[in-house]
Design a protein around this ligand. Structure first.
Ligand code: ATP
Ligand code: MG
Length: 270
């Protein structure tokens, strides 16, 4: 009999190594992530956070080792995965409204079947409602603020009720109130649907209330564990291959290099 315990994990990494040419982004990383876990994916600019997501999406092949998603190899267009790409300031724009854009995605190549048009409206509206985007869903993408675009992008990731959400820096462009709202929104979706969340960010502090574990990437290596296991001076110094210092102030964690410059902080420009 198949029990809950026999079910494959949501994601399994087995000695995963990912390289661009000779540069290792992730080396010999193993670990498992269970359904419904909220994982904060952290690390400095250029560490490999987006690269890890692209590998899960099947857009990039591991150099060695592997990844299983519910027991199977990653594949492009897997409807089990909802993906919110990292917003680039030069991202190509569109005059479509958010609502029209979501319809286009539903009808597009991603899904191996077409949705009946009657339910399409409901599916699109439910996703837009989930991110509280009804007030601007009929406005052209061109005129939306960065934060509004982020929410349309999150709605797009929620289409099709994925079992895994890969969110690449969803807090970018959001003011502190909207950041808190988005984190709560994602957390309530994951609790309702038991979705696994990989949430890429630069600062652990906004996520400490909701996250289960941390996946930290730095120095060509990755570490997965409870926040106290991963974000401490010894563990991060090993990862960075440099002397790092973690300072705790009340419930806030600050990560410093030996030269005392804060590496991890909420405000980042790309
Ligand atoms: N197609 C590619 N070919 C070669 N190098 C690449 C390619 N894509 C990314 N890189 C490099 O791999 C490293 C990891 O990039 P990645 O985008 O995964 O970092 P990141 O952790 O997401 O950074 P950020 O916080 O700035 O988004 C960077 O040094 C980047 O320049
Ligand atoms: Mg990135």
């Amino acid at each position: 009999m198949t029990t809950q315990r026999d079910a494959p994990p949501s994601i399994r990494f087995t000695s995963l190594t990912v390289r661009y040419g000779d540069d290792a982004v992730i080396t010999d990383f193993s670990g498992t992530i269970q359904p419904g876990e909220f994982i904060a994916v952290l690390g400095p600019n250029g560490a490999g956070k987006s690269t890890l997501l692209k590998t899960l999406l099947g857009l990039l092949k591991p150099s060695s080792g592997g990844i299983e998603i519910f027991g199977e190899a990653p594949r492009r267009g897997n409807p089990q995965i909802g993906y919110m790409p990292q917003l680039r300031s030069n991202a190509s724009s569109t005059s479509l409204s958010g609502r029209a854009y979501l319809h286009a995605v539903l009808e597009g190549y991603r899904w191996g079947f077409s949705w009946p048009s009657s339910s399409r409206d409901d599916v699109v509206l439910a996703a837009l409602k989930a991110v509280d985007a009804e007030s601007f869903m009929d406005r052209s993408f061109d005129v939306l603020s960065g934060g509004e675009r982020q929410r349309i992008s999150l709605a797009q990731a929620l289409l099709g009720q994925p079992q895994i959400l890969l969110l690449d820096e969803p807090l970018l462009n959001l003011d502190p109130r909207r950041q808190g709202e988005l984190i709560e929104m994602v957390d309530s979706v994951r609790k309702k649907l038991n979705v696994t969340v990989l949430f890429v960010g630069h600062d652990v502090n906004p996520l400490t209330q909701v996250m289960d574990r941390v996946l930290y990437i730095a120095g060509g290596k990755a570490a997965l564990g409870m926040v106290d296991e991963v974000i401490n001076s010894e563990a991060l110094s090993r990862l960075y291959d440099a002397q790092m210092k973690v300072i705790k102030v009340e419930d806030m964690l600050f990560i410093m290099a030996a030269d005392q410059r804060t590496i991890e902080h909420g405000d980042h420009f790309h």
